[in-house]
Design a protein around this ligand. Structure first.
Ligand code: SP5
Ligand code: ZN
Length: 317
């Protein structure tokens, strides 16, 4: 299995976030991917491949030119130590800009697109280690630690070759991805996440949101109460995978967040490490060419083991 990775993600280090006007340590740190890559190497899992640089048109299908330019210019104006929360194009106080944020976010998109290119060339499963994550970013808004929506860019790109399903298993609802495809019938969005009444992003991800216009019926939301464990999660996963099967996509993109893990510092489900192998096996059993796009997951001490467990499930023939 090819694993797409660039150390350029380290250019983005949010360091702290604002919580009730106080600075608290940020959980979306470079250590997340560093520890995942170290664990995969130690266990000899997959083959690391560097991303190639893609031209901008694919990005402009999902994000406005004005937004992309805003990110580029704002980051370029910053000094090494600066950390700013912009007043426009941002919907929370968790998603700061540093000097290197724009470059890291662009490379994360390139990681996803490079993975897609391998699918088009006949690979069955590819794992793109994207960071910063993407599924909360919409047309012209950053938020939820996300700047460019890696999964959405790649879904739109692949949709020119056939129908695409996105399965979002991050702990949080992917409001950005949902928004981008809400009116489309050629990209199915299916998400399993924590009840938005009690967890970020709070305003989207309810089961009543199911798409609109031509896209009616092509968005599916499965919000779950806090505390859910492996067994209950699997029941819902099987239902979500049924939705994917019925849609018969040419390509499947998985927005894979590991913040569903029992010890995640900002999560609230109780999934165990071995269960990630089961999730991956259930996904690959569909036999659809699949791109895994890394989203969240903040239990830095366990992320390596989780990624190893998940990857083992991906590689079962
Ligand atoms: C991609 C992804 O998983 N984004 C998650 C965004 C959730 N942000 C809201 C959580 C804010 C909680 N801040 C807690 C600080 C703990 N030190
Ligand atoms: Zn998340």
């Amino acid at each position: 299995m090819k694993i797409i990775y660039s150390s350029d993600h380290k250019l983005h280090d949010p360091e702290w976030e604002k919580a009730h006007e106080k600075r608290v340590a940020h959980v979306e740190r470079p250590e997340r991917l560093i520890t995942i890559v170290r664990a995969l190497k130690e266990k000899n899992i997959g083959r690391l491949v560097s991303p190639t640089r893609f031209p901008f048109p694919a990005l402009y299908k999902v994000h406005s030119k004005e937004y992309v330019a805003f990110l580029r210019k704002t980051c370029a104006s910053l000094g090494e130590k600066d950390l700013v929360y912009p007043y426009t194009h941002s919907f929370d106080t968790y998603t700061p800009l540093r000097k290197g944020t724009y470059k890291a976010a662009k490379v994360a998109v390139d990681c996803a697109l490079t993975g897609a290119e391998f699918l088009l060339n006949g690979e069955s499963v590819v794992y793109s280690l994207c960071r910063p994550p993407g599924h909360h970013a919409s047309w012209d808004m950053m938020g939820g630690y996300c700047y460019f929506n890696n999964a959405a860019v790649v879904a739109d790109y692949l949709s020119t070759f056939g129908d695409v399903a996105i399965l979002d298993i991050d702990f949080h609802h992917g409001n950005g991805t949902q928004d981008i495809f809400y009116r489309r019938k050629d990209v199915l969005y299916v998400s399993i996440h924590a009840d938005p009444k009690v967890r970020f992003p709070y305003t989207t991800g309810f089961s009543s949101e199911s798409g609109s216009g031509e896209g009616a019926g092509f968005t599916k939301n499965y919000p779950l109460p806090l505390g859910i464990g492996d067994t209950q999660y699997r029941d819902v996963l099987v239902r979500a995978l049924k939705d994917v099967t019925v849609f018969q996509p040419s390509y499947l993109i998985v927005s894979a967040g590991f913040d569903t893990f029992q010890n995640d510092p900002i999560g609230g489900f109780t999934l165990t490490i071995p269960f990630y192998e089961t999730i991956a096996r259930d996904i690959t059993a569909l036999r659809i060419p699949t791109l895994i796009v890394q989203e969240g997951g903040y239990a830095v001490n366990d992320l390596g083991k989780i990624a190893v467990s998940f990857s083992k499930g991906l590689m079962i023939k």
